[in-house]
Ligand binder design. Sequence first.
Ligand code: DIG
Ligand code: MN
Ligand code: MN
Length: 388
Amino acid sequence: MNNGRYTPKPEDKFTFGLWTVGNRGADPFGTQVREKKSPVELVELLAEVGAYGVNFHDNDLVPIDATASEREAIVKDFKKACDDNGIKVPMATVNLFYEPVFRDGAFTANDARVRAYAVQKTMRAMDLGAEFDAETFVLWGGREGVETDACRRTDEAIKRFRECLNYLCEYNAAQNYGYQFALEAKPNEPRADIYFPTTGAYLAFIETLEHKEMVGVNPEVAHEQMPGLSMMHAVAQAWEAGKLFHIDLNDQYPGRYDQDLRFGSVSPKQSFWLVKFLEDVGYSGMRHFDAHAYRTEDYEGVKEFARGCMRTYLIFKDKAERWNNHEEIRSILAEIEETNKDNKVGKFSPEGSQNLLAAEFDRVEMASKGLKYERLDQLTMEVLLGVD
Ligand code: DIG
Ligand code: MN
Ligand code: MN
């Protein structure tokens, strides 16, 4: 198994959240099955499996009721553990979803005090991340939503969310932290409906912000696949808009609760297209696995889970290279490109539009030739299945 070819290296930039390898296996129908590990022990585990970095919510590292001196000691110990193990902290985030105070939302809550507290908590989480030189700040609005739309007008919720983000962007500038904010969408769970349910919804919202240049997205595989969408298409749109600031990799059966399964363990073909896209465009950000091991596992199983995430990514990266260099695939792609060379619509001009209006198109001839996509997809499957 370990022939070295798919062994993670720092340049792969594989990261995990403390909450992922530290997940103790509780679910809505059962209590924890794994003992609690400290942040220092989790950093040691990540170093052992070959990860590049670790991420945290504020309270994954510093308990919400910690005193200033306790916070100081925790930060000191964690910094030492990261330094001793060569583990970076590329991303930080804030937990605005666990405490009862956020039961009606955080930035969109009806109680203005809750909104103010959520902004305060986020600023403090930004301060904490900055102590570790984190460059990306993820915001997942897990509680920003409703069970009943009787509670508030949706456009009012959007305005409140914008007000808090504009404020936090100003704080980022005032503190000279240089964070890129990455907004993470999810359609539902824990709320019956979460505002901004998809990455596309966030891309539209970002354009309405005062400091939109500071704000991008953090698409998650499971969250796009829950409603049956294509994760790669969401990522491609974010990339094309210059807004792919981070990514959460895992896997998911469409139409089910958020499963956060090991990367590539459910939908290898979709995972392959995603890895191929990221590698083809030269995405230089973190490959963050926001996933956790099965409830059946002990910590040796958790390590296998983490190794499996990274190994599968590297296997698909290798398959993408084979696909790009496959002779017959290249020849079919070249044929396809032939029909894309001329007759471009291009930029509008009055004269050009008159020419286009006068142009003759033989739509029967254009529809007459097969496009060889069956062969192209079969060859893709054979690359994936290792028979080619
Ligand atoms: C859930 O997918 C969310 C939270 O775990 C966290 O806020 C974010 C960070 O990647 N993902
Ligand atoms: Mn998730
Ligand atoms: Mn996530």
